[in-house]
Write a protein that binds this ligand. Sequence first.
Ligand code: FES
Ligand code: MG
Length: 574
Amino acid sequence: MKDPKDLRSARWFAPDDLRSFGHRSRMMQLGYSEEDFRDKPVIGVLSTWSELNTCHSHFPERVKDVKRGVAQAGGFAVEMPALSVDESFTKPTSMLYRNMLAMETEEMIRSHPLDGVVLMGGCDKTTPGLVMGAISAGVPMIYLPAGPMLRGNFAGKVLGSGSDAWKYWDERRAGNISDEEWLGVQGGIARSAGTCMTMGTAATMMGIAEAMGLTLPGASSIPAVDSNHVRMAADCGRRIVGMVWDDLTPDRIVTDAACRNAATVAMATGCSTNAVVHIIAMARRAGVRLTLDDLDALGRTTPLIANVRPSGEGYLMEDFYYAGGLRALMMQISERLDTSVMTVTGKTLADNLEGAEVYNDDVIRPLSNPVYHEGSLAVLRGNLCPDGAIIKPAACNPKYYVHEGPALVFDSYPEMKAAVDDEDLDITPDHVMVLRNAGPLGGPGMPEWGMLPIPKALLKQGHRDMLRISDARMSGTSYGACVLHVAPESYVGGPLALLKTGDTVRLDLPNRRLDMLVDAAELETRRAAWKQPEPRFERGWGWMYSRHVTQADQGCDFDFLQSDFGRMPGEPDI
Ligand code: FES
Ligand code: MG
């Protein structure tokens, strides 16, 4: 156990010198006595709250609960706000700011007298942003997930975040829904604090944080407004103090095995496609190289057992919690996990899973009756995506698994939007819609445009799916035959930039291929004629972002924030 004089915060508060006098007198300015903070672990409660982050509206209350726990355990807690990165309002896309949150988290920890942190996030990018930054900062940390909101409800029907918005919107565009019904859906689809309650990016990433060993057992599944969530917040406060005394730093938790566990669990939950970029980026902060090929291999062998929308039928995160939550799911697949890994509890994953039970085996399925025999994601390669692309087989109509059709290519979102709304658009269900210039640099920030809307012309004929390809991401609550994350992206000259309307595109999912059937000589001619688009930013965050963001297969972190940055040539790769 650590001696109080070895606390990091003691560097600020202990010495008998003028600077420390200043630090102590400023604490007294806040109304604290020396007994409050001297020789105690100082815990930063990093809260990503804002009045525009609808998913974190319970955080001001939960901060108090965390602080209560910290005080009980003999620590001293300070709340520190961190960039809120809300998913609903942040434009052009919250992904543009994930790395900003990561940098802020890292530097805020580094520059302040903190011995440990409780990270409070949940809305999509906040989980990876906070975790990436805290891994790099290296002080003991514990993640408190916001938890999902309650199920949506309208006219006796259960509504799921995202998924049902898309579904009802398609029906509205097809002319099947009245204004009044549409207003009812609007008021019923999000009706409490908490994150989206389908297995979207938020639920996926909170689950990944738990599977990595970074939350207290079961934390990621508790609905935001459940009083169990209040108690979990206080537990986090109590536990982080012990972690500081034990010097249980993130490098002891986020190991290669922990990252693989997290990826396996993600596959079994029917994870959001966004998990790919985030988990690669998180792992790299810990010096763990997790590749698209690793994820594909796990995807091929891990059955999807969480029967939660959008991959599963009917159920939502609230049901998942009542069915036993993530601990029960991990118990079901424990033979595929390395349960000897250390976690924030100071115990192994195996210890944390003890006693976990499935209470509803239609929601959390046994391995003998999975929702889908393989995992959630597949990685494609081919002459359209030499560095990879992602598809979510469980969320698309199997008739597209092997498909060949003519490309209809759009260079921008507005151009694509105008076309899909054109009732006379010349298009067949066999067409392959393509959107480019929507990647990490092209978007910018790789917006969630990848579930391209089905053209009105096809909707009216009753079609609800078609093959779509882009270098964008898609929302974790989206579905359909959408190939995403094409790398390298078209904006930097990836082969997607060379595709033309009318070219034949071929998807062969069983063989993990995505190709354009255009001969090499013709592609060379097109490459010679290709011109790099104008830079999108001349100043500010966007300027820095565009110079340093990595491609989707690398996790879209900044090159200079990865753990291997600055290594001499010839040194081993991370
Ligand atoms: Fe916050 Fe979906 S908008 S999790
Ligand atoms: Mg989302």
